[in-house]
Design a protein around this ligand. Sequence first.
Ligand code: FMN
Ligand code: COI
Length: 360
Amino acid sequence: MPDTLPPTLPDYMSRAATGLAPDLAAYFLSGAGGGAAEEANGGDLARVTLRPRALRDMRGGHTRLDLLGRTLNHPVIVAPFAYQTLLTPEGEVATARGAEAQGALMVLSAQSTRAMADVRAAGATCMWFQLYWQSTLANTLALAERAANAGFSALILTVDAPVQGVRDAEIRSGFRLSQCHRAINLDGIPQPAFAPLREGESLLFDRVAHVLPDWKDIAAFCRDAPLPVILKGIMTGEDARDAVACGAAGLVVSNHGGRVLEALPSTISVLPEVVRAVDGAVPVLMDGGIRRGWDVFRALALGARAVLVGRPAACGLSVAGALGVSHVLRLLRDELESTMLLTGCRTLAEITRDRVRAPF
Ligand SMILES: Cc1cc2nc3c(=O)[nH]c(=O)nc-3n(C[C@H](O)[C@H](O)[C@H](O)COP(=O)(O)O)c2cc1C
Ligand SMILES: CC(C)CC(=O)C(=O)O
C-alpha cells in the first residue's frame, strides 16, 4: 500500500505504468499492434467538447440510473479484465470490495483468477459475469448456469476477441501467464484441443473457426441462457441490429480497449451509429479510453446509457488494492458530478446530444 494515494486518475495510470514489472505493464496497459486503436479511443473522446448551459436550477440533481431492472448510483461500471491476481494476490476479490465501496456495478471476467463465489461474497455489486463462447452451446450454457448459481444477475458475452490480439509491446516484453494465475472458474468446461495441422492448413480457418459461434448460436444462447445476455464488442449498426434480433438484452460498444485489432476505429466514433441502429430497443453501453468524469459525460451525450472502465480499475488495483479501485471510481464519479453541475445537467437524462459538439 503506498503512503499516499495518487491524487488523480492520470497519476494512478502513470504510477501503475512505472511500478509494474515491464511484462505486466505490457499485458495490462498496451494496445494491439503499435497501439493506434487504444490511442484513438482517448484521442477521439477529446474531440467531443461540451456546450455548457449556465444558471440552471441544479437542486436535487443526481447520477442514478435504471439498468436491466436495477437502480445504480452512477453510470461507471468496472469492466471485466482477466488475471487480476497478477496485480495483487487478492485479485478480483479486492476489485469487488473496491467496487462495492462505491456502489459500482462490476463485471467479473470468465478469466478470473479467483472463484466466482468468493468474488460475489466480497462485493455484492459484482453482479454481471462475462464469458467467451466455450466451443459449443452446451459448454457455454454450462458456464452460464454456474454464474446463475453463484448469484450473478446478467451475462456479458464478449464477441470481439475470438482470438487473442497481437500486442507488440507484450510480445517484446516476453509476457507469459504462469499456472498460478489460471482461469479457475473454467475448470471442468472442456477446452478445444486441435488436431495437428496438415501441410497447407490454416490454424485459424481450419481449426479455430470450427469452434466459433455465429448469429444462430448467439440466438440459441440468448434463448436458453438462465440470465439476460448482453453482447460486448459491437462496433457497427448492422451487428447491433442482428444482436437485438437475436434477443440480446443490451450491447456494449467496445473494441476491447484497443487490445485486439489495431485498425479498429475508436468506440466513441461508432457509438452514434450503434445507438441509431438500436433505436432504444435495448440499452447501449460503451467502453474504451474513459479516463475522466467528463469522458463519461461525452459518452452519455452520444447515447451510451453507462460506461465501463478497464485499465483505470486495473491501475487502481495495482497501486492500492481495493482502496485504489474504490478511489479511482470515486474520482470518476466526482468528476462526472462536477461536469454535470458545470454544464447544467441535473440528471443523466439531461445529458443529451445537444450538450456536446462532436465530429461523429
Ligand atoms: C488487461 C485486460 C484484460 C482484459 N480482459 C478481458 C476479459 O477477460 N474479457 C473481456 O470481455 N474484456 C476484457 N478486457 C477488455 C475490457 O473489458 C474493456 O473492454 C477495456 O479494458 C475498456 O477499455 P479501457 O481499458 O480503455 O477502459 C480486458 C482489458 C484489459 C486491459
Ligand atoms: C484471456 C484473454 C482472452 C483475456 C482478454 O480478453 C484480454 O486479455 O484482453
